[in-house]
Ligand binder design. Structure first.
Ligand SMILES: Cc1cc2nc3c(=O)[nH]c(=O)nc-3n(C[C@H](O)[C@H](O)[C@H](O)COP(=O)(O)OP(=O)(O)OC[C@H]3O[C@@H](n4cnc5c(N)ncnc54)[C@H](O)[C@@H]3O)c2cc1C
Length: 531
């Protein structure tokens, strides 16, 4: 069963290794714990629904609570601290496209705000409710989860948009195919949510981001059904699919998506490499990105993230052995950077890619340590998200943020984001643990993904205020560096005020005009994406 106030399946617990606990204590001090606000108190204080009855809409308190938030840190602080105050008036769980049109008509009749809800894994405030005047209807898409068809000849598959990652992959794998889209939230996020937030999976280097995988589909809007044919390519004017991608519920509800699929690969291995310094590692990764060697992923941790990852791994004897081995190979473990490199395809393609990549790794003094670390990472790749629960219970709050910049600015931008975060709570004399990695690399640049951990405060209000200071400091550093405010988490509420810096006033107005046409009464997930 899914946790009501945290991440993932309630039966899954991730232990924090003693080395991990010691590192946290040494860097930021003992955690500060407080009991969570209880579920029954929440359910007892939900306000009366303002929506009239409809056969597809329920006012069930538990569902209204579940749909009132995503998985951002502010969502967690409000949930766990009991300060979450806005809830949808009703939740609908449609099962057909006809149901969705009926629900939009009902929302139009009652001037209700409509919030499309996929898997509820947003980490940027996409599902927050801010308007108090109008009733809010959340349309939860979990019932729209069918496979419509797999077109093996054209390598396309059509699904209803509420399908979850594991269900989608199970359908495709049973026929020998894959979508290859694995965000860390894979277990609970949906195809429609991926499209609506421009999501990126861990193996996007090979399979592409969702923008490359989304071939077409259908969107229900207040103006009618918008159809997006799956042309392999087209010169017929601007591509409407690109507007639907990243529309965050502002245009309408994606009901079906057609996606590009690939045959399951023969080999899908991840190898570990250690570089003696960040500069060597970053140059190696840039060279790999520009070499066109077919790789499934390249994930480069900076020195502190490397140390944190090794501490969290908990296998002290093996880590000691690894450190000794690296020293023997001339690598000082302190400034060393761990890099995971994925090889994929047929045996022959993977072998060729490995030997090409080895030349580049060697040129930058990298030492390959084989598949063990990569296999462990792959095994836990959806599990590490559960550490957020463990850390919270130990009294720490953790959040992540991400951007993308061109290669010439990667190192400086990472340093700026980290130092602004480290200083953001100086006035409160609070230390922050901050580390980063590059995980999506392109010929022209890279994403930067930064994690920050800080101690919870005495009250949820102060923890939230501290988060705001941290988030603002990092977001400003991103904007000043000319980075995008999000490489893959999307805009939601948390990033909307920074969007104009990259779209410009004309760009923002253009988007506004499109949304106003499709949604003249500003009912579709208002206050998200655009400020
Ligand atoms: C632990 C964790 C790890 C994560 N890792 C990644 C990662 O590796 N890569 C990544 O890209 N993201 C990641 N995310 C962020 C999140 O999972 C993605 O943004 C995901 O795409 C959201 O999908 P969802 O189905 O949960 O959508 P929701 O959170 O339910 O909704 C997100 C937005 O999309 C809209 N929406 C949802 N479905 C539809 C639809 N059918 N039609 C129209 N609008 C819709 C909603 O209105 C909302 O604005 C992670 C989140 C968590 C909590």
């Amino acid at each position: 069963m899914r946790r009501w106030n945290g991440w993932g399946d309630a039966s899954v617990q991730m232990r924090l290794s003693p080395a991990g606990q010691a590192l946290l204590k040494q860097r930021i001090g003992d955690g500060r714990t407080a009991p969570d606000y209880p579920l029954d108190k929440f359910l007892a204080r939900l306000p009366e629904s303002r929506l009239p009855r409809h056969p597809l809409v329920t006012a069930d308190p538990r569902l209204r609570l579940e749909c009132a938030h995503g998985q951002s840190l502010p969502d967690w602080i409000r949930l766990r601290g009991g300060t979450l105050a806005s809830f949808p008036d009703g939740v609908a769980r449609p099962e057909t496209q006809g149901d969705i049109q009926a629900l939009l008509a009902y929302a139009a009749d009652h001037n209700a705000i409509v919030i499309p809800y996929g898997g509820g894994t947003s980490v940027a405030g996409h599902l927050e409710i801010h308007e108090a005047e109008r009733p809010v209807l959340t349309i939860a898409l979990g019932g729209l989860n069918r496979l419509i068809g797999i077109d093996e000849n054209n390598l396309l598959a059509t699904f209803e948009a509420g399908i979850l990652g594991p269900e989608l992959e199970a359908h495709l794998n049973s026929k020998g195919f894959t979508l290859g889209h694995y965000p860390q939230s894979f277990e609970y996020s949906t195809l429609g949510g991926w499209v609506a937030t421009r999501s990126s999976g861990q193996q996007s280097r090979y399979y592409g981001r969702i923008e490359q995988l989304f071939a077409g589909g259908e969107m229900a809007t207040f103006k009618g059904q918008l159809k997006l044919p799956p042309f392999p390519a087209s010169a017929a004017g601007p591509d409407i699919r690109q507007l639907v991608l990243g529309s965050e519920g502002r245009m309408g509800i994606l009901t079906r998506a057609i996606v590009k699929i690939s045959p399951l690969p023969e080999v899908n291995d991840i190898h570990g490499v250690f570089f003696p310094s960040w500069d060597d590692a970053c140059q190696a990764v840039q060279t790999l990105a520009q070499s066109q060697i077919p790789l499934s992923m390249v994930r480069l941790s900076n020195p502190l993230e490397t140390r944190v990852n090794l501490a969290l791994a908990g296998r002290e004897r093996q880590i000691k052995w690894l450190r000794r081995y690296l020293k023997l190979r001339g690598i000082d473990p302190k400034p060393a950077c761990m890099c995971l490199i994925g090889y994929i395809g047929s045996q022959r393609q993977a072998r060729a890619a490995r030997s090409e990549a080895a030349l580049i790794v060697g040129r930058y003094k990298g030492v390959t340590i084989g598949k063990r670390i990569g296999s462990a990472w792959k095994k836990n790749r959806f599990r590490s998200a559960y550490l957020r629960n463990t850390l919270w219970d130990l009294g720490y709050a953790v959040d992540t943020l991400e951007t993308a910049v061109n290669w010439d600015r990667v190192t400086d931008t990472m340093a700026q984001i980290e130092s602004r975060l480290e200083q953001a709570l100086d006035s409160a004399n609070a230390s922050i643990l901050v580390f980063s990695h590059l995980s999506h690399i392109y010929a022209t640049g890279s994403s930067i993904y930064t994690t920050f951990v800080f101690r919870r405060a005495d009250s949820p209000g102060t923890t939230l205020e501290n988060w705001r200071k941290l988030k603002q400091a990092a977001s400003r550093a991103i904007v000043e560096a000319g980075g995008t405010i999000s490489h893959h988490h999307g805009v939601g509420r948390d990033h909307s005020r920074y969007l104009e810096a990259e779209k410009g006033p004309i760009g923002i107005q253009t988007l506004n005009q499109v949304f106003n046409y499709l949604d003249p009464h500003r009912q579709m997930n208002p206050d998200k994406l655009l400020p």
